[in-house]
Ligand binder design. Structure first.
Ligand SMILES: Nc1nc2c(c(=O)[nH]1)N[C@H]1C(S)=C(S)[C@@H](COP(=O)(O)O)O[C@H]1N2
Ligand SMILES: [Mo]
Length: 439
């Protein structure tokens, strides 16, 4: 099944020596938060993924001289990237951003997560000469260079969340197949480009037009030029949404190669896999796309809930579209230690909800027995995340867990545990929990 092989394969510990290319020796020093030694979170019915505690910056990073330990976070070493990013897989390269590094209103490029399914292409020398084709169920096929796109269409800039479809996967029990994301397969950047709808209107959609198919320049992991590494698509309605864009700039800078430069799609609110990097072609289809990433259990979730760990019947699955509501605590970091007598903690966080907005964020210091409402900001524009703050009073010194949960504009709240298990672990949006120690 082309749609599955080579993608989302377990990344366990089967790394070879080439992984060292991307693995850093430190991560701790670069993180500007108060942290001490590793502090385990209390376990609660499997609600807290093991990887969570390990991914916390409080864990000791491997030293440069010592061989990499078999377990524990592996920090990323990649040009232009922050040393606190955690490598989830090396072939293909996948790295997530610990929640505490998502504390900026706009995620800086250096902290933005990386997700590849295939080989990373070489950086193009002439970005403006890069060609994009629009064909299929259109009246006029379009072939346009990035240079023409910039000069002939009206550019817009929007701050929008990009989130991997598998974000939160490590919360599933039994473990689901694929990169074990905690909450760090997400970021919120300023994207500049043109709405895809402007090009589709120019091309003229035929009445038969129903779905997009996205193609790109990255080679399949195997190196086979005839096999796309990933080719996803969306319903026409989403393609025509003015927030779905072809972008060439990120945070005001030319889109970096690692993030799909010179040009990529941004399909906000939906599984990040629809946001094709290194975009070369969009073919309009008269039916749902069936490229790699569209079939069987890839980016598809059960229609009728299935037994956790069960086999799953592909006929009971449909394409994952909007992502579920999520909130993260971005400060303090998991494992933070505070001086004895600290009575008040100031929290900062972020929340978002796929196609929806966030209505409310609550925090708890007593394992969910009582909740306190956080102050929630408005999004800058549609698909922006919503920052939140809260001031917590602590009854005494000691070990506390801080839990955060968001509720979306339709009233759906994050669950205590990742639910609706599926083989490749989509939709895991359990409440974020951190541990802190006072005194
Ligand atoms: N061409 C191409 N586009 C791609 C991918 C890929 O492997 N190849 N990965 C997708 C997935 S699964 C995600 S989550 C996002 C990640 O984008 P980022 O690496 O810029 O964070 O890109 C998407 N676009
Ligand atoms: Mo993804």
């Amino acid at each position: 099944m082309a749609g599955r092989s080579g993608r989302d394969a377990p990344n366990g510990n089967n790394f070879d020596s080439s992984r060292r290319r991307f693995l850093g020796s430190s991560g701790l020093a670069a993180i500007g938060v108060v942290i001490g030694g590793a502090m385990p979170l209390s376990r609660n019915g499997g609600g807290i993924p093991r990887a969570h505690a390990q991914a916390a910056p409080a864990a000791a990073p491997p030293s440069a001289a010592a061989p990499a330990p078999a377990k524990g976070p592996q920090y990323l070493k990649f040009p232009g990237k922050h040393e606190g990013l955690v490598v989830l897989g090396e072939k293909p390269l996948v790295a997530e951003t610990p929640e505490s590094l998502l504390d900026d209103d706009t995620t800086p490029i250096e902290k933005f997560y990386i997700r590849n399914n295939g080989q990373i292409p070489e950086e193009t020398k002439d970005p403006d000469a890069w060609k994009i084709t629009i064909d299929g169920e259109v009246n006029n096929r379009i072939e346009i260079t990035v240079g023409e796109l910039k000069s002939k269409y009206k550019a817009v800039t929007r701050r929008m969340v990009l989130e991997c479809g598998g974000n939160g996967r490590s919360g599933f029990s039994p473990p689901a197949r694929g990169n074990q994301w905690t909450n760090g397969g997400a970021g919120c950047a300023e994207w500049t480009g043109v709405p895809l709808a402007d090009l589709l209107r120019k091309a003229g959609l035929k009445p038969s037009a129903k779905y997009t198919a996205h193609y790109a320049a990255d080679l399949h992991l195997s190196g086979d030029a005839n096999k796309p590494s990933l080719s996803r698509g969306v319903r026409l309605e989403k393609a025509m949404d003015p927030n779905t864009m072809i972008v060439w700039a990120m945070n005001g800078k030319p889109l970096p190669n690692i993030h799909g430069g010179p040009v990529r799609l941004i399909v906000p609110g939906w599984s990040g896999s629809a946001s094709q990097k290194w975009l070369t072609r969009i073919t309009i289809r008269d039916r749902e796309h069936d490229g790699p990433g569209m079939t069987e259990f890839s980016y598809r979730t059960p229609i009728k809930p299935m037994v956790p760990g069960g086999k799953g019947d592909p006929a009971n699955f449909r394409i994952l579209e909007s992502m579920p509501v999520r909130s993260i605590i971005t400060n303090p970091a998991n494992g933070a230690k505070f001086a004895a007598g600290t009575k008040e903690l100031k929290l900062r966080g972020a929340s978002w909800a796929g196609d929806l907005t966030v209505k409310q964020v609550d925090v708890s210091t007593d394992f969910g027995a009582s909740w306190q409402r956080a102050t929630l900001e408005k999004p800058k524009n549609k698909y922006d995340w919503q920052r939140w703050t809260a001031t917590l009073k602590l009854p005494s010194d000691g070990y506390f867990e801080i839990w955060a949960r968001a509720t979306d504009s339709k009233g759906a709240m994050q669950p205590h545990q990742a639910g609706f298990w599926n083989p490749q672990g989509y939709g895991g949006n359990a409440m974020h929990r951190i541990a802190v120690l006072v005194g």
